[in-house]
Structures are given as structure tokens and as C-alpha cells.
Write a new protein. Structure first.
Length: 80
């Protein structure tokens, strides 16, 4: 199938360099690169689940059951 692709300069330069070095045609290099890379793009990257590590912070410095009081202590009485 014949189609037109616009390659970034760095990609085209690398493909041309590989074609020159190996003596293969530019289109062969592009087709091989796509064959190798496209299947990986089909599969989503599996990352390990994010885990947090708990740390002991000691007892709270103020009672945390009244949010208005906590905010007024942190932000000041006139912070509204």
C-alpha cells in the first residue's frame, strides 16, 4: 500500500543512517521499525500499583474533630 507519512527530522535522520549502514532501503527500515513498535503500542503499559508507606507522625497537636476550629487555628480568625 502506498501512503504519505510525515516523519520528524530526528526519526528520518536515524532511519536514513540505519539504511546507509545496513545497505537496506529506507522504506524497509521504516516498515521494520513500525512492525516492531506498533504491537507494543497496542498493549497498554502495565505499571505496578502505586503504594504508599505509612509513617508514624505522633499524636495530633490539636483536636481534629472540629474542622472550623482547626481551620481558624491554621489560617487565623480573619481568613474567611
Amino acid at each position: 500500500m502506498r501512503t504519505t507519512l510525515t516523519l520528524d527530522n530526528d526519526v528520518a535522520d536515524l532511519a536514513r543512517a540505519i539504511a546507509e549502514k545496513t545497505g537496506r532501503a529506507f522504506k524497509e527500515i521504516i516498515n521494520d521499525a513500525l512492525r516492531r513498535g506498533l504491537p507494543d503500542m497496542k498493549q497498554p503499559t502495565r505499571l505496578p500499583p502505586y503504594r504508599t508507606k505509612p509513617h508514624r507522625m505522633g499524636p495530633p497537636l490539636m483536636p481534629l474533630d472540629n474542622i472550623q476550629e482547626v481551620l481558624s487555628r491554621i489560617e487565623g480568625e480573619d481568613a474567611r
